[in-house]
Design a protein around this ligand. Structure first.
Ligand SMILES: *Cc1c(COP(=O)(O)O)cnc(C)c1O
Length: 402
C-alpha cells in the first residue's frame, strides 16, 4: 500500500485523494484496484492511451540501446523524429526540448534573435492574447496574461503585450513594427476550450506578414491529432511561421518541439540556444512510435468519428440540464462544457469520480474539459456521459420544483 498522508512532495497541486498505480488503454487503476474511465488522458497527453504496448516496446528497446549522448553528437531517434515531423507538417526545421513551456521559450527567443540578426533591433515585443496559456516559466508566463498564474511573480520579463482573442480589429491596432512575434493558441485550452475563429487566424497571418512579425501557433494542447489532423494549423488552414508542440508528442514522456520554416530558422545559430535533455533518444523513440501507430490504426478517423459522438452527447446532456450546463465548445476530442453559476465544475468532477469512477477535469472559467485518449470508443463515451448526467442531476433542480 502506498502512503497518502505523509509525503514530502511540494503541495503545489490540488491532487485528488486517490493514488494511481497503473493504466491500460482508456482506464486508470488506483492502489485499491478500483478502475476509472479516464476522460482526461494525462491532460491531452496520452493520445494512444495508457501503457500502449507499441510505445512501451519502443521505450524499452531504446533504453536498452542509448539513453543519452548529449547534443555534442548526432543520433538517429532525434533525426528521424525531426524528419517525420517535417514531412508531416511541411515545416523545415525542428528544435527539441523537454516541455511545452520550453518550446514557447524557444519560440520567444527565436523571434527576438531573428529580428536582431536582421538588424531590426527595435523589434522586441511579444504579443499574445487575453485568456491564453503558454506555460509557467518566466518568459512563457509573461506571455500568459492571467492574474491567477502571474500574481506574485513580478517583475516578469519586459516586452510583452496583450490583445483580445478573436478580435481582428484590435490585433490590427496592436501589431506595429516593434512586434517580433504574435503567439496564439488556435484553441485556448486552459481557459476553457475556446476556439479561435478561422477569420481571426487568417487576419493574424495577414497582419504578421504585413508588419514583419512572426506568427507562432501554440499547439501544445490542440495539436498532435487532438482535433483530427496532426496539426491544428492544418485544421484551420492557416500556416504560421513557427509551431510549438509538446504534451502528446511522445504519448507521455517529456518532450517539446518547435517547428520552423527555413526562412526563420536562421534566427537561431550554433550556440544561441540549447538544453541538455532536449531531443534525447528515449522520448524521440516514443514519438516516432506514436506517429507510426497513429497511421497504422487510422487515429485521425477515430478522432473524427468519436468527436461527432462526443459533441452530440454533450449537447444532449446540456439540453437535459440547462440550469447546470451550457453549450459545448471545441473540436475533435478537445471539448469544454461550461458549468453555470452558482454550480462549480469541481463538484461535478468529484461526483463523477466518486460515484461513477469516471475521471473528468475542470479547466478555466468553470468549464469541464474532455480530452480522452484519442483511441476512446463509443461505449466509453456513452459511459462517461452517463456519469456526467448523474453528476448534473445531483445539482439540477427539477423544473417542477422551481
Ligand atoms: C500545457 C500547455 C503549455 C505548457 O506545457 P508544459 O509542458 O506544462 O510546460 C503551454 N501551452 C499550452 C497551450 C498548453 O496547453
Amino acid at each position: 500500500m502506498t502512503n497518502n498522508n505523509d509525503n514530502h512532495l511540494l503541495q503545489n497541486y490540488r491532487s485528488a485523494p486517490i493514488t494511481i498505480v497503473r493504466g491500460e488503454g482508456c482506464y486508470l487503476f488506483d492502489d485499491k484496484g478500483t478502475r476509472y474511465l479516464d476522460m482526461i488522458g494525462g491532460i491531452a497527453v496520452c493520445a494512444l492511451g495508457h501503457a500502449h504496448p507499441g510505445i512501451a516496446e519502443a521505450i524499452s528497446k531504446q533504453a536498452h540501446t542509448l539513453v543519452q549522448s548529449s547534443n555534442l553528437f548526432g543520433h538517429e531517434p532525434a533525426r528521424s523524429l525531426a524528419n517525420e515531423l517535417a514531412k508531416r507538417s511541411g515545416f523545415d526545421r525542428v528544435f527539441f526540448c523537454n516541455s511545452g513551456a520550453e518550446a514557447n521559450e524557444a519560440a520567444i527567443k527565436l523571434a527576438r534573435k531573428f529580428a536582431f540578426r536582421k538588424g531590426d533591433t527595435k523589434r522586441r515585443t511579444i504579443l499574445s492574447c487575453n485568456g491564453s496559456f503558454h506555460g509557467r516559466t518566466l518568459g512563457a508566463l509573461a506571455a500568459t496574461p492571467n492574474e491567477k498564474y502571474q500574481e506574485g511573480f513580478d517583475p516578469l520579463p519586459g516586452g510583452f503585450r496583450y490583445t483580445p482573442f478573436n478580435d481582428a480589429a484590435a490585433l490590427e491596432k496592436a501589431i506595429d513594427d516593434t512586434v517580433a512575434a504574435f503567439i496564439v493558441e488556435p484553441i485556448q485550452g486552459e481557459s476553457g476550450i475556446i476556439s479561435a475563429t478561422r477569420e481571426f487566424l487568417e487576419a493574424s497571418r495577414r497582419l504578421c506578414s504585413q508588419h514583419g512579425a512572426l506568427l507562432i501557433f501554440d499547439e501544445i494542447q490542440c495539436g498532435m491529432g487532438r482535433i483530427g489532423p496532426l496539426f491544428a494549423f492544418q485544421y484551420f488552414g492557416v500556416r504560421p511561421d513557427v509551431v510549438t508542440i509538446a504534451k502528446a508528442l511522445a504519448n507521455g514522456l517529456p518532450i517539446g518541439a518547435m517547428l520552423l520554416t527555413e526562412r526563420v530558422s536562421s534566427g537561431l545559430q550554433p550556440g544561441d540556444h540549447g538544453t541538455t535533455f532536449g531531443g534525447s533518444p528515449v522520448p524521440c523513440a516514443a514519438g516516432l512510435a506514436h506517429l507510426r501507430i497513429r497511421d497504422e490504426i487510422g487515429l485521425q478517423q477515430n478522432v473524427e468519428r468519436m468527436s461527432e459522438i462526443l459533441f452530440g452527447e454533450l449537447r444532449a446532456v446540456a439540453r437535459e440540464f440547462p440550469d447546470v450546463l451550457g453549450d459545448p465548445r471545441g473540436a475533435g476530442l478537445l471539448a469544454g462544457l461550461p458549468v453555470k453559476e452558482p454550480h462549480d465544475a469541481a463538484t461535478l468532477v468529484t461526483h463523477a469520480r466518486e460515484r461513477s469512477r469516471v475521471l473528468l477535469n475542470k479547466a478555466g472559467n468553470n468549464t469541464l474539459r474532455f480530452a480522452p485518449p484519442l483511441i476512446v470508443t463509443e461505449e466509453q463515451i456513452v459511459e462517461a456521459m452517463k456519469a456526467l448526467c448523474d453528476a448534473a442531476r445531483s445539482l439540477s433542480v427539477p423544473v417542477a420544483a422551481k
